[in-house]
Write a protein that binds this ligand. Structure first.
Ligand code: AQP
Length: 333
């Protein structure tokens, strides 16, 4: 069955292995299926929910688009654009925010995590981030949204908002209720320094993540320094329960090798972490370095990237502009 795919990545720098294995690798697979219509968005309006440097933001927008292409997304088979170029995203977000109850937003754990203890100082934008995300998805009648596990709650909110809008305005099926596409295994890649924290762009320690622009040497060094424990690897899955760092490294190995965790456990049964680390560094280098080289090549091609984003935006505008006009009519404008 053909799927309408929509997903986004924030241009906040340091795109990492978690973004790749949790989301972008999935985008590539979906894009390779000719039946699917794919829209991949550089969500720059989401990026400014936290403070950004102007020049860096501009570079990060290009680098995110370059990463999509370097990872294997074919721009001739998908729409790639940056969100701020299509006004409908902000308009839709306002209209939906007028229907979404505060109580629903108050339950969002990502706001609590990102705002930390000082939530009075967090931006209102960070608080209503999930509504902008709902607007992004619903404007394109997306049927499927590939995301990492950390975005599951926001996807559920999108579904609730779509259903509430349709009910409030008596327009059954106008906003399509999308399905999340979250990989069953390894959908949350953890920090290399703390197996209980998600690998993240904003972690102050560069050693906590493999950046998609890291060199082979940097990858090898980071894997060498990754936190582990002092027990050998066992082939029993339940013995990984209280060993988050071991589970994470074995998960990364399985995901990048496209094999099950059981197969990986069999491969490393009774071995030490030094064996796992050297093989993991090798396979990561062989898969990530070509992406890294391509990003570094593409990032200097400003004209190509800017034109690609411009063309993508005009195609996106056509779809989203139509939907927002229908939405306005339904509301009574
Ligand atoms: N650690 C992760 N494991 C699996 N998937 C992940 N994603 C992010 N981190 C992991 C997925 O990547 C996609 C794009 O994410 P994003 O850049 O839009 O936002 P994010 O989730 O806020 O990314 P970070 O790296 O965690 O940034 P900061 O440090 O700013 O919080 C999404 O599909 C996400 O699920």
């Amino acid at each position: 069955m053909s799927k309408k795919i929509f997903s986004g990545v924030q241009p906040t720098g340091n795109l990492h292995l978690g973004n790749y294995l949790g989301a972008i690798k999935n985008f590539v697979d979906l894009n390779n299926d000719d039946e699917n219509e794919c829209i991949f968005c550089v969500v720059d309006l989401h990026a400014i929910t936290t403070k950004q440097d102007k020049e860096q933001l501009r570079n990060n927008i290009r680098e995110t688009a370059a990463t999509f292409i370097a990872s294997g997304i074919d721009p001739s088979k998908s729409i790639i654009f940056n969100q701020s170029k299509v006004h409908a995203h902000s308009e839709g977000s306002w209209m939906l925010s007028c229907m979404a109850p505060m109580g629903w937003l108050n339950r969002m754990t990502q706001f609590k995590e990102k705002a930390g203890k000082d939530k009075e100082k967090a931006s209102v934008g960070l608080y209503i981030y999930p509504i902008l995300m709902a607007s992004d998805i619903l404007l394109y009648d997306a049927t499927h949204v590939p995301v990492g596990e950390d975005q599951k709650q926001h996807l559920e909110l999108t579904r609730d908002i779509a259903q509430k809008f349709n009910k409030d305005f008596n327009c059954a099926d106008f906003l399509k209720v999308p399905e999340p596409l979250i990989k069953k295994d390894f959908s949350r890649i953890m920090s290399l320094k703390d197996g209980l924290k998600k690998m993240s762009k904003s972690d102050p320690s560069d050693l906590s993540r493999i950046n998609l622009t890291d060199t082979k040497d940097e990858i090898t060094n980071k894997i060498k320094k990754a936190k582990t424990d002092s027990f050998p690897i066992s082939n029993e899955k339940n013995k990984l329960k209280d060993r988050p760092e071991a589970e994470n490294l074995l998960g990364i190995y399985s995901s990048i090798s496209n094999q099950t965790l059981d197969k990986t456990l069999e491969e490393f049964d009774g071995k030490n972490f030094s064996d796992l680390k050297s093989q993991l560094a090798e396979i990561l280098s062989s898969k990530i370095s070509p992406i890294s080289d391509e990003i570094k090549k593409l990032i200097n091609e400003h004209k190509y990237l800017d034109e690609l984003l411009e063309q993508g935006a005009s195609k996106a505008e056509e779809i989203a502009g139509k939907k927002i006009n229908e939405m306005k009519k339904i509301i009574g404008f």
